[in-house]
Design a protein around this ligand. Structure first.
Ligand SMILES: *Cc1c(COP(=O)(O)O)cnc(C)c1O
Length: 373
């Protein structure tokens, strides 16, 4: 059993994928070739924004978005205490200070009720994370940010394809940033990412920054980096984009089926035979792409070990809240009790669009047994 099954996906798209890759090998424009522009146009249309700019990774997407907003030394950027390291790492790399806000205990995304007290005169941006495939509470966050004149960047590395109040993730704030890391909902066969925006000026800045800050060849009007999306990865993504709408539907179906199976096997609310187990909650206004199907369970590490013995792979996203990472030990931070609590209990189960019902049933039964001890 695979945690994420890329091989079955490959079998579905092999022909188109090979043809796409061959086309690149034939024309030889490996850097910013025609596939990059084609992908950008298709993704902008898919998301429903004016601009998509392909970049080298999700991490670069965040870094470049903040560079475009001219965030740097002395600035503060608010972000959730519970996420992948890249969200906060890029803030700190720019010399700005990550300010951590706790998450909502049910949706795992930034708790908007705790946002306003974290805003100071130095706050330049808020980076909510659409964790596990469900969008953060973007409208509420945007409204608070607007009152304070602060930009909002959605870290949509795990939510590409998700819907929030009928709108696509990455179309929900000043800039949306996503990742095409192979295991993300839309994954390449290597690193990749993209920035999305409706703002022409920001789009131009992002385009220049990803290519050494040049507006034309060897004319550099701002500081940039080598943050371009590879043509070969764009070709891979074009082939995968063709089946992505079906995969989004499959993800929604499979995520819901997990929850139904858990309920059918006795999980009522958050309690199973004395061993609390919590299934994910997706708000009615959201459609999650389930980048992860993450439950909460007592004695998580023991449960994971028992599942591994039965050949069921799991993962922990994430074992340590960001403010507790050694790299951020120098930052004076308040507490973030929800993040601390869930970091000890979260467990992600195998999740991908090709997961069949029998396998899911086997996983659910094994999880229930493992959770009962
Ligand atoms: C994966 C991920 C990133 C970074 O993406 P890369 O493409 O691996 O650089 C950033 N934020 C979150 C929440 C992620 O899950």
């Amino acid at each position: 059993m695979r945690f994420i099954d890329l091989k079955t996906q490959y079998a579905h798209i092999a022909q188109d994928l090979r043809a796409r890759i061959d086309a690149v090998l034939d024309h030889g424009q490996f850097i910013l070739g025609p596939e990059v522009r084609e992908l950008e146009e298709r993704l902008a249309e898919f998301v429903g924004v004016r601009h998509c700019i392909g970049v080298a990774s999700g991490t670069d997407a965040l870094l470049i978005a903040m560079l475009a907003l001219e965030i740097g030394r002395g600035d503060e950027v608010i972000t959730p205490a519970f996420s992948f390291i890249a969200t906060a790492e890029t803030i700190a790399l720019l010399g700005a200070r990550p300010v951590f806000v706790d998450i909502d205990p049910v949706a795992y995304t930034l708790d908007p009720n705790k946002l306003e007290t974290a805003i100071t005169s130095r706050t330049r941006a808020i980076i909510p994370v659409s964790l596990y495939g469900q969008c953060a509470e973007m409208d509420t966050i945007n409204a608070i940010a607007a009152r304070h004149g602060i930009a909002v960047i959605e870290d949509a590395a795990q939510s590409f394809g998700a819907l929030y109040r009928g709108r696509r993730s990455c179309a929900l704030s000043a800039i949306g940033c996503t990742s095409f890391f192979p295991s993300k909902p839309l994954g390449a066969y290597g690193d990749g990412g993209a920035c999305f925006t409706n703002d022409d000026r920001l789009a131009q800045a992002i385009r220049e920054i990803r290519d050494h800050g040049q507006d034309r060849r060897y004319h550099h009007r701002r500081l940039g980096l080598n943050g371009r999306l590879d043509t070969l990865q764009a070709a891979v993504l074009l082939a995968k984009l063709a089946v992505f709408p079906e995969e989004i539907a499959a993800r929604a179906r499979i995520g819901a089926r997990y929850t139904e199976l858990f309920q059918a096997h006795g999980v009522v609310g958050s309690d199973v035979g004395g061993a609390p187990l919590l299934t994910p909650h997706v708000h009615p206004h959201n459609q999650s792409v389930y980048a992860q199907y993450t439950i909460q369970v007592e004695e998580r590490d023991e449960v994971a070990a028992r599942l591994a013995q039965q050949g069921i792979p799991t993962a922990v996203h994430y074992p340590l809240p960001l403010p507790e990472q050694p790299v951020f030990s120098g930052l004076a931070q308040g507490d973030h009790p929800v993040s601390t609590a869930v970091a000890q209990r979260v467990l992600s189960l195998p999740m991908h669009p090709y997961l069949d019902e029998a396998t899911q049933e086997r996983i659910v039964i094994a999880v229930m047994q493992a959770a009962r001890g």
